[in-house]
Design a protein around this ligand. Structure first.
Ligand code: C2O
Ligand code: CU
Length: 481
């Protein structure tokens, strides 16, 4: 079966420009890819500099065996993986060859929010170029971050076209011996909707209120890829939900995950979990221990109901997120033996934050707004690019109460600074973790605590169901020095 063969070799590839699993034939005797269309290059920094050319353009790609015309960075689905270390300078010479304006957001990175860094107010017109340049601080956490377009009104459409890639910061965490010994793989989850000529489906036919979802689910641009692992081996899977609206509820058949990190930051120690709910924007970093017998684990996507609009505004029907049967996203095969690898016991310590200076409330809902009609609202208002919705002081700590009074789940994302979840519906959250995107389920009240550190300037917070964001569920945040 053409769609299912792709095999993986060992991880821990060397230096400079190396490939992901499809490039592995250079180092091992794994099967060759059937098509070069899905090669995902990796750009790694050297001598403190990560520098590359990045071009956004529509390209013909091989998407899980079928030809598709998608929006790409450098012709790749997913986009090239970028890897830098704390202390490195990043310089990206970006060209916009799309037919619309765009820009780039570096999701989860703690870097400057203004100038040519993580500035989502930049607008790069078709045919224009811009060089992004920023430094990753020497104390930046190691983690799995990502990049994608962020021009308000076009974010969902451009992401759904395929524009998304991982941005890895390799640091201390990755030096832990057990993690170094593990086989590392990266899974970028995306969904697409194509017509019978391989063109992107017209958004006029999609439920933008629910958030667009495609019927094709791709893992690294492939349909159910396979990962080959050694018996007794340890697999480190870094997973990104790069879909604009689809939630993934992940489980392994016959095995648990050992989660070591959320969005961009590790836990203090691995935590055994049977399921991972990954909302749009979120990442997870998990270990999988292969048994000593040979066999296969299937990575499943289980059904999840993220709420629906039901009957409203003239009988618009919501729909369920996933079908009722689990979807196999990938297969993990384990065969030849290695001596059994062990899990790490300690990762990076996390300190709880001191009490906040300020507490704010954010009510999330959809509804009618006199100015714009049906919209997604924060505190009753849709996004207005000319307003400063929230003003905070640099070097302070705030609690934000996120209250979902609507009928759909909203994953809430804040740019530039990570936060800790303090409680859900008043019940203290026991797991200490840093996140940049948190799910606020319908009817739920989530309290988060956030230090505003290092970078002043204007940025945004929003729902990461990107149609909700484009339809108004976003606010401007001014961090004043
Ligand atoms: Cu990944 Cu403001 O977004
Ligand atoms: Cu939402």
């Amino acid at each position: 079966n053409r769609r299912q063969f792709i095999a993986l070799g060992t991880a821990s590839m060397g230096t400079a420009l190396v490939g992901n699993w499809l490039y592995q034939e250079k180092k091992s005797s794994q099967p060759k890819p059937l098509s070069s269309a899905n090669l995902t290059p990796v750009y790694q920094s050297s001598n403190g500099l990560l520098e590359l050319d990045l071009e956004a353009r529509e390209s013909l790609v091989n998407l899980g065996g079928q030809q598709a015309s998608l929006l790409t960075y450098n012709g790749q689905i997913p986009a090239p993986r970028l890897e830098a270390k704390p202390g490195d300078t990043v310089r990206i010479h970006f060209t916009n060859n799309l037919e619309q304006p765009t820009n780039i957001h570096y999701h989860g990175l703690h870097i400057p929010l203004v100038g040519n860094a993580d500035n989502v107010f930049l607008k790069i017109e078709p045919g224009k170029q811009l060089t992004y340049e920023f430094q990753i601080a020497s104390n930046h956490p190691s983690g799995t971050f990502w990049y994608h377009p962020h021009l308000h009104g076009l974010v969902a459409e451009q992401l759904f076209g395929g524009l998304a890639g991982m941005f890895i910061v390799r640091g201390e965490l990755d030096e832990i011996p057990e993690l170094k010994a593990a086989q590392e793989e990266f899974l970028v989850l995306q969904d697409f909707s194509l017509d019978n000529r391989g063109k992107r489906a017209d958004s006029a036919h999609m439920s933008l209120m629910m958030g667009r979802e495609g019927d094709i689910i791709a893992v690294n641009g492939q349909a159910n890829p396979s990962i080959n692992l050694l018996k007794g081996g340890l697999l480190r899977l870094r997973i990104l939900n790069a879909s604009p609206s689809r939630f993934y509820r992940l489980a392994l058949e016959d095995s648990a995950f050992y989660q070591i990190a959320t969005d961009g930051n590790s836990f203090s120690e691995p935590i055994e979990v049977n399921e991972l709910l990954l909302t749009p924007g979120q990442r997870t970093d998990v270990l999988v221990k292969a048994s000593q017998e040979s066999g296969q684990y299937r990575l499943l996507n289980l059904p999840y109901d993220r709420g629906s609009i039901g009957m409203m505004g003239g009988g618009m029907m919501g729909r369920r997120n996933n079908s009722d049967t689990p979807i196999v996203l990938a297969k993990i095969n384990y065969k030849s033996t290695v001596e059994s690898l062990t899990l790490p016991t300690k990762l990076a310590p996390i300190e709880p934050l001191p009490e906040p200076q300020t507490v704010r409330r954010f009510e999330l809902n959809h509804g009618m707004n006199p100015a714009v009609g049906m919209a997604f609202l924060i505190n009753g208002e849709p996004y207005d690019r000319d307003r400063l919705h929230t003003q905070v002081q640099l070097n302070t700590i705030e609690d934000w109460e996120l209250i979902n009074i609507g009928v759909m789940d909203h994953p809430f994302h804040i740019h530039g600074n990570a936060f800790q979840v303090i409680s859900r519906n008043g019940i203290p959250e026991l797991l200490l973790a840093w996140r940049d995107t948190v799910l606020v389920k319908r009817g739920e009240r989530v309290r988060i605590r956030m230090p505003f550190r290092d970078f002043a300037g204007k940025t945004v917070y929003h729902c990461h169901v990107l149609d909700h964001e484009d339809l108004g569920m976003m606010g401007n945040l001014m961090i004043s020095a």
